[in-house]
Design a protein around this ligand. Structure first.
Ligand code: NAD
Length: 268
């Protein structure tokens, strides 16, 4: 019957363990808080240990369970260690959110091989190697799980001066589909979220660096807003709610998809 799962348990993640990368601030922090609010034990993984601890502390203050782990997702050995630590300390892994990402603006003709490699290895390589380790843990448990990749509207429409980033996010959308195909029979669902313009510390810094003066920054923001039918920037929690849906029993039959959360930017 359609109402077999009571509404009260549709978004219930009690007994689940989640690993969220880039959980120290911005979108990642909001995802950690929502998953913890739904009852999951959360491993807050970030390159910056201080902010990871701050998010874990916020979860503890709200009565949830969290641990903080320092990890550079661009290093496959560190990814292996992070997943092993989470399984060892929290007893398993049911939800992986590949959120850590960097978006340094750089025109095509100025982009050095080192910058290309760094962006691809954080945004795409890190997501692949963490998914690989998480999939093994989810298969070992026999319970399956949910992997969520934070892509971007830039996977579908370029912003400009971000060709390296756009390529990494386009790759992440196709990686999501490939993983969904291969891991579905193991009861592992794999989906992506494509956020539009979300007000985070990283976005503010990137826009500030992309604009040479205060006036230009204002122009940039006005330009963005003019193209968003809902007329506002997104909040980190707008993305966290989408991640909660994809992680939850409410999305039990959803895999291989990319959920666009952009205030309508891509239809404009
Ligand atoms: N903010 C936006 O408008 C927007 C839009 C589309 C997509 N996204 C994507 O959402 C994700 C989060 O963006 P945000 O705006 O919250 O960024 P942010 O810069 O505010 O936060 C990113 C977090 O990731 C961590 N991090 C960066 N590199 C890491 C690494 N190598 N290993 C581990 N942790 C690392 C940082 O320390 C930071 O805590 C990114 O993947 C980004 O591409 C953001």
């Amino acid at each position: 019957m359609a109402t077999e799962i009571p509404i009260s348990t549709l978004f219930d993640l009690k007994g689940h363990v989640a690993l969220v990368t880039g959980g120290g601030r911005g979108i990642g922090e909001a995802i950690c808080l929502r998953l913890a609010q739904a009852g999951a034990a959360v491993a807050v993984v970030d390159m910056d240990e201080t902010t990871a601890q701050r998010t874990a502390g916020r979860i503890a203050d709200l009565g949830g369970k969290a641990i903080a782990l320092q990890c550079n997702v661009a290093e496959p050995a560190a990814d292996r260690k992070a997943v092993a630590t989470v399984v060892g300390r929290l007893g398993g892994l049911d939800i992986l959110v590949n959120n850590a990402g960097i978006f340094p603006f750089s025109p095509v003709t100025d982009t050095a091989p080192e910058l290309w490699d760094r962006v691809l290895s954080v945004n795409l390589g890190g997501s692949f190697f963490l998914a690989q380790e998480a999939a093994k843990a989810m298969m070992n448990s026999g319970k399956g799980g949910s992997i969520i990749n934070i892509a971007s509207v830039d996977a579908f429409r370029p912003t400009g001066n971000l060709a390296h980033y756009d390529a990494s996010k386009g790759g992440l959308v196709m990686l999501t589909r490939s993983l969904a195909l291969e891991l579905g029979p193991k009861k592992i669902r794999v989906n992506a979220i494509a956020p539009g313009s979300i007000d985070t510390p990283g976005a503010q810094a990137a826009m500030g660096a992309g604009a040479s003066s205060g006036a230009k920054l204002e122009e940039l923001l006005k330009g963005f807003l003019a193209r968003i039918p809902l007329g506002r920037m997104g909040t980190p929690d707008d993305i966290a709610c989408a991640a909660l849906f994809l992680a939850s029993p409410a999305a039990a039959y959803v895999t291989g998809t990319t959920l666009v959360v952009d205030g309508g930017y891509l239809v404009g």
